[in-house]
Design a protein around this ligand. Structure first.
Ligand code: ATP
Ligand code: MG
Length: 326
């Protein structure tokens, strides 16, 4: 059979042009978070007893899995558990006040504490927003602490540095390709969310699914094939198969079936099902979208004209995928 019209090279060139964060922006974003970290570290050093301990860069820019159109950078601020207000609802405003002390010259309107779970700081110079999630912390050596989930407000015992290490290991096993396949499936999910704001598909979930496939021996270096494998996995399992990792705890510590519609466990905490907020209908919508994507990849593979092949890939990657990427 002759070579399909859309090959690995075509998907890669689209990713480089449309999906990936440019290295210039990556540098700029990392510098923004680093300068915030350093400023906080200086403040802590000269103000003993200040309730904030340190800040870590979290999220996709730290992991190298960010998309070009990312709008918020993520950071976690470690706070001493015994110094924070006992009323949960006061923690975010309290962290907001502490951060204002670090930046006394900044306008009050640059600090947004209206979300119950994170403080957002706007930087006028760079135009960037940093979303800062508090972690309640008691000095654990791996920086384990209670992250307050920014969407649900739930307390999750986890470790951001160990998450970064987990992803780093997968990137080392599949240099370039692990992060690129993650960014491509995040891009796919973004198209689905743009069409339907109720579509639920968290970035962390996608990363863990790609990690699971890579750990099971799926090859990632050919992107059409890797994407086909990814979507077929979702269709075949219906996302009803538990996913967990042996990096930081043995499988024996996982709980009995939780009854949650999807079970994908935090690699750091066996009790934290990252997808515990997904309903059966959220899961069904994900599986249906994956089915459409897997079908489109197969159609593209057998297409007899470039036009048809590009149209099929547009089902997955959206209308900005064009024949000029081939
Ligand atoms: N349910 C969860 N349990 C534990 N940690 C979580 C959970 N959700 C997110 N995290 C932590 O927050 C980090 C950010 O994950 P998230 O899915 O919010 O977005 P992201 O990787 O920054 O991607 P995006 O580019 O969409 O912002 C994860 O790497 C992980 O450390
Ligand atoms: Mg993020």
């Amino acid at each position: 059979m002759s070579e399909p019209f859309v090959t690995h090279a075509g998907i890669l060139s689209f990713a480089e042009e449309q999906v990936n964060l440019s290295s210039h922006d990556k540098r700029r974003y990392r510098e923004q978070v680093n300068s915030l970290r350093e400023k906080l570290a200086q403040h802590i050093a000269s103000n003993p007893g200040f309730g904030l301990v340190k800040m870590l860069h979290a999220g996709s820019v730290a992991k190298g899995t960010a998309l070009r159109n990312i709008n918020d950078l993520d950071a976690a601020v470690y706070v001493k558990k015994d110094q924070t207000p006992t009323d949960e609802r006061e923690i975010v405003p309290w962290v907001g006040e502490r951060l204002r002390e670090v930046y006394p010259q900044k306008d009050a309107s640059d600090f947004d504490t209206s979300s119950p779970h994170s403080v957002k700081i706007h930087f006028r110079g760079s135009g960037l927003d940093v979303d800062i999630v508090p972690v309640l912390y008691e000095g654990d050596e791996h920086d384990r602490g209670y992250l307050i989930d920014k969407y649900t407000g739930e307390r999750l015992l986890t470790s951001i540095p160990l998450h970064l290490q987990f992803i780093r290991k997968r990137k080392e096993a599949n240099p370039r390709h692990f992060a690129q396949v993650v960014r491509l499936v995040k891009w796919w999910a973004k198209q689905r969310k743009d069409e339907n704001s109720a579509f639920k598909c968290k970035s962390f979930l996608l990363e863990l699914l790609v990690a699971h496939l890579a750990d099971s021996g799926v090859k990632l270096e050919d992107y059409p094939q890797a994407l086909e494998k990814f979507f077929s996995y979702i269709v075949k399992t219906g996302l009803e198969k538990r996913v967990a990792f042996g990096d930081y705890y043995p499988a024996s510590t996982l709980p009995n079936p939780t009854g949650d519609a999807i079970e994908v466990f935090d690699p750091v905490n066996a009790e934290n099902n990252v997808t515990n907020r997904y309903s059966v209908s959220d899961r069904d919508a994900l599986v249906k979208a994956a089915e459409e994507a897997a079908d489109a990849i197969r159609e593209a593979f057998y297409a007899t004209t470039t036009k048809r092949a590009v149209e099929s890939w547009q089902v997955i990657l959206g209308p900005s995928f064009r024949s000029r990427h081939l």
